[in-house]
Design a binder for this molecule. Structure first.
Ligand SMILES: [Fe+2]
Length: 293
């Protein structure tokens, strides 16, 4: 399902320059001093806090086009009514009641799935540009990374409106790339606890402490429309606080993966995107690590 742009012609660069501010951030020229400085800054921020923000990465006109696309597709949003724990797994009554796997909160956010993006979608063009993939890989210090085979989740818009809340969770992927498209009048703050778990240690006691209200390690962030955010979401517990008032919290999620064959589990696809497709069932069980999810 990946449809990567495999060459970087002047025409493609020109088209992408209408989406990304390539004057300020010439990400297609990796050797450029500007880009090297940007990559170094992103790596430093990721090392220190697990989170890096590049302001005004997307041009205002492109942000406006993405916002307009999201509003045109808004009626086809899949709104979650699910409650889930930080691992997106089912309840396990064999565990004590205060175990994080038994901590369920209701998620009221929605997704505009990537399979319904419009033909001339700026978001899809951004996602399919190999130079963008390469730049993200340099920033997160992981290569190779790939555009994702998951047809629903590869580059959706996430959307939250008045009263909506996105509970504490870990992501299914090593790191997350987000582009802010719209911020609401109030709320919609991104909260995260850097480096909460590792591949070898779930640190259940630390997770429990945050879920029970410990704010000592919680970082808070609002990133303005057009900003690019890089975030280590597989290891950092995070949530979006309740949105209040007018406007919406709309965020584009171009999602890059280490394993191009692995897609979401059917359970997660249904929870987040409304349904699972044959590819989700076919590839179940071929996952690269042993974390809970
Ligand atoms: Fe997340």
């Amino acid at each position: 399902m990946t449809s990567a742009v495999t060459c970087n012609t002047p025409q493609i660069t020109e088209a992408m320059a209408r989406i990304i501010d390539l004057d300020r951030y010439p990400i297609h020229e990796l050797a450029s001093p500007k880009t090297q400085a940007l990559i170094a800054q992103c790596r430093k921020q990721l090392d220190e806090t697990g989170c890096s923000v590049v302001p005004d990465f997307i041009r205002p006109e492109a942000v406006a086009r993405m916002r307009a696309e999201a509003y045109r597709l808004r009626e086809r949003t899949y709104w979650s009514q699910h409650s889930h724990n930080p691992y997106m797994t089912k309840d396990d009554p064999s565990l004590p009641l205060d175990h994080p796997k038994r901590f369920f909160e209701r998620r009221t956010s929605g997704f505009i799935n990537s399979d319904i993006l419009e033909a001339d979608s700026d978001l899809r063009a951004l996602y399919d540009w190999d130079a963008m993939t390469r730049f993200v890989g340099e920033c997160v210090g992981v290569w190779p990374i790939y555009q994702w085979a998951d047809p629903l989740a590869r580059c959706p818009y996430a959307i939250m409106e008045d009263g909506h809340y996105f509970p504490w969770h870990f992501d299914g992927n090593e790191f997350t790339v987000s582009v802010s498209v719209e911020q609401p009048e109030d709320g919609g703050e991104f909260e995260y606890v850097p480096n909460m778990r590792t591949l070898d240690d779930e640190r259940i006691d630390d997770v429990r402490s945050v879920l029970q209200g410990d704010r000592s390690r919680v970082n808070t962030l609002i990133w303005l429309p057009g900003a690019l955010q890089l975030f280590k979401g597989r290891y950092s517990l995070h949530r979006v606080t309740e949105v209040r008032g007018k406007g919406a919290w709309i965020t584009a999620l171009p999602t890059y993966v280490l394993d191009p064959e692995s897609v979401n589990r059917p359970e997660r696809a249904k929870q987040f995107y409304g349904y699972a497709m044959p590819i989700h069932y076919e590839r179940e069980g071929k996952r690269p690590d042993r974390l809970i999810d």
